[in-house]
Ligand binder design. Structure first.
Ligand SMILES: [Zn+2]
Length: 220
């Protein structure tokens, strides 16, 4: 039952990647940890977003081995699995090649925290992770090493694209949407001058307020 609901959620969240213009063709994926199990669900490889169904979403163990599903999992499965193995607080992972964020990744440049929305969501700059080839644990390792001890739920993997994490698949998707949004705005700001920094103590205050005070209380 729990896996079925999670498959539905993760299937539906892929439509958000399309809606927010974060993906071309099939290059982007969402996964979600199965609560209380050493399992996660992830997009099947090479299936177009319009053709995704809850049944097509693949169930894997934390080594990335398929335990349920008829299709091959995303080619990024090893990276997602590594994140779930080493970041127990993470319940959702998203990967995209969204345009503006990947342009920063192509330069190997962190996105500086020059917008209050960035302080809110990321608590500072969006960091750059190492160059890593797909397959094996290198990408996952780079994501975990860069995000561990960092407030940002997003990392720009050098010459590649974005990985985001969250306490749910939905919050990881939100971070991917916000990452592309601020990547675009800071890029545009750069065209006509140097964006003004925000003082670290103000970043701290904004981040704290957004994470703990903003929005509806969870019991509502
Ligand atoms: Zn990729």
């Amino acid at each position: 039952m729990m896996i079925r609901e999670l498959r539905e959620t993760v299937c539906r969240l892929h439509a958000e990647l399309v809606r927010y213009g974060l993906v071309a063709w099939t290059a982007g994926n969402v996964s979600g940890r199965v609560p209380g199990e050493d399992l996660f669900v992830i997009k099947p490889s090479g299936v177009s977003y319009d053709d995704l169904t809850p049944e097509s979403i693949v169930v894997c163990d934390l080594d990335g081995v398929v335990v349920e599903g008829t299709l091959s999992p995303s080619s990024d499965t090893a990276a997602h699995a590594y994140v779930y193995r080493y970041m127990p607080e993470v319940n959702g992972v998203v990967h995209t090649h969204s345009t503006y964020a990947s342009a920063w990744a192509a330069r190997g440049e962190a996105i500086p925290c020059v917008l209050t929305a960035m302080a809110d969501e990321f608590g500072g700059e969006i960091p750059v992770g190492p160059f890593a080839l797909i397959g094996g644990d290198d990408i996952g390792k780079g994501v975990v090493e860069t995000l561990s001890g960092h407030r940002s739920p997003a990392v720009l993997m050098r010459n590649h694209g974005v990985f985001t994490v969250g306490d749910s698949p939905r919050s990881a998707v939100k971070a991917a949407v916000m990452c592309e949004d601020v990547a675009r705005t800071v890029h545009v700001a750069r065209q006509l001058g140097d964006p003004l920094p925000i003082a670290p103590e103000d970043i701290d205050r904004l981040h704290h307020r957004y994470q703990h005070v903003y929005g509806q209380r969870s019991h509502l």
